[in-house]
Design a protein around this ligand. Structure first.
Ligand SMILES: [Cu+2]
Length: 229
C-alpha cells in the first residue's frame, strides 16, 4: 500500500486551470476542501488498518498485525516544548499520547479538533485523563514559536502540551505520522493545507487508533476508555 499522502505528488501536480469567466471559490472554501480531501484519503488508509484489526474471529492478532505492518504510523520525534526545552516521544513513555498536528492560525479544523480532544478528556474524568498526554504539534514552526504554542494549546485544556521545533524537526515528526502539510497561500497571513487526524498512541509509543472530525467527543471518550481498560 502506498502512503496516503506525499508532498511531492501534490506539489508536482499543476494547479487546475480556472476558466476566466468563472470566479474562483472563496479562499476559505478551497482550503477546507483541501483539508477534507486529505483527511478522507488518510482516514481511508487508516480505516483499512483498523477494520482489518477489528475483524472478529478472523485469525490471531499476530497474523493481523503482520498483515498491517506496512503502514506504520508514528515513530520517534525530537521537538521543542513550550518552555523551550528539547522533548522526544520517548519522554512520554508510560502515558498514552493523543496527538494532533496543526497550526495556531488555523481558522477551523485545528480549533475544532483540539476542542473535541479537550471535551473527550473532560468526559473521562481526571483520573483516566491523567493517563493521557494530549499533544499539539505545530506544522507551522515559522509562526508557532515556543512562546506562542504553549499558551495556544493550553487554552483548550491546561493539560495540553504544545510542541514546536525547527522546520526539519517538524517535517520529520510529520513524516513519521504521515501528516501532509504545506502553505496554501504565500501572503503574510498565509494559511496551511494539512491533514487533520487525531492519533492515539499506546504507553509504548505505538499506534493504537485514530479519530477524525466525524468522531464526536463522546465517541472519542468511549474509545479512549476501552484502551485505558
Ligand atoms: Cu488546521
Amino acid at each position: 500500500m502506498t502512503p496516503p499522502t506525499t508532498t511531492s505528488s501534490s506539489s508536482d501536480t499543476p494547479a487546475p486551470v480556472q476558466s476566466p469567466v468563472q470566479s474562483p471559490a472563496p479562499r476559505r472554501t478551497r482550503v477546507l476542501w483541501a483539508v477534507w480531501t486529505v483527511a478522507i484519503v488518510v482516514a481511508a488508509g487508516l480505516g483499512w488498518v483498523i477494520s482489518d484489526l477489528l475483524v472478529p474471529g478472523g485469525g490471531t492478532l499476530v497474523s493481523k498485525m503482520e498483515k498491517v505492518a506496512t503502514p506504520a504510523i508514528g515513530g520517534p520525534f525530537n521537538l521543542i516544548d513550550g518552555d523551550g526545552k528539547p522533548i522526544a516521544d520517548a519522554d512520554f513513555r508510560g502515558k498514552y499520547m493523543l496527538i494532533y498536528f496543526g497550526y495556531t492560525h488555523c481558522p477551523d479544523a485545528c480549533p475544532t479538533a483540539l476542542q473535541d480532544m479537550a471535551d473527550a478528556l473532560e468526559r473521562l474524568g481526571p483520573e483516566a485523563a491523567g493517563q493521557i498526554a494530549p499533544i499539539f504539534i505545530t506544522i507551522d514552526p515559522e509562526r508557532d514559536t515556543v512562546g506562542y504554542i504553549k499558551g495556544y494549546a493550553q487554552q483548550f485544556d491546561p493539560r495540553f502540551v504544545g510542541l514546536t521545533g525547527s522546520a526539519d524537526q517538524v517535517a520529520a515528526a510529520a513524516r513519521a505520522y504521515r501528516v501532509y502539510f504545506r502553505k496554501s497561500t504565500q501572503d503574510a497571513d498565509y494559511l496551511m493545507d494539512h491533514s487533520s487526524i487525531i492519533y492515539l498512541m499506546g504507553r509504548d509509543g505505538k499506534f493504537l487508533a485514530h479519530f477524525t472530525h466525524q468522531t464526536s467527543p463522546e465517541q472519542m471518550a468511549a474509545a479512549l476508555k476501552k484502551f485505558l481498560g
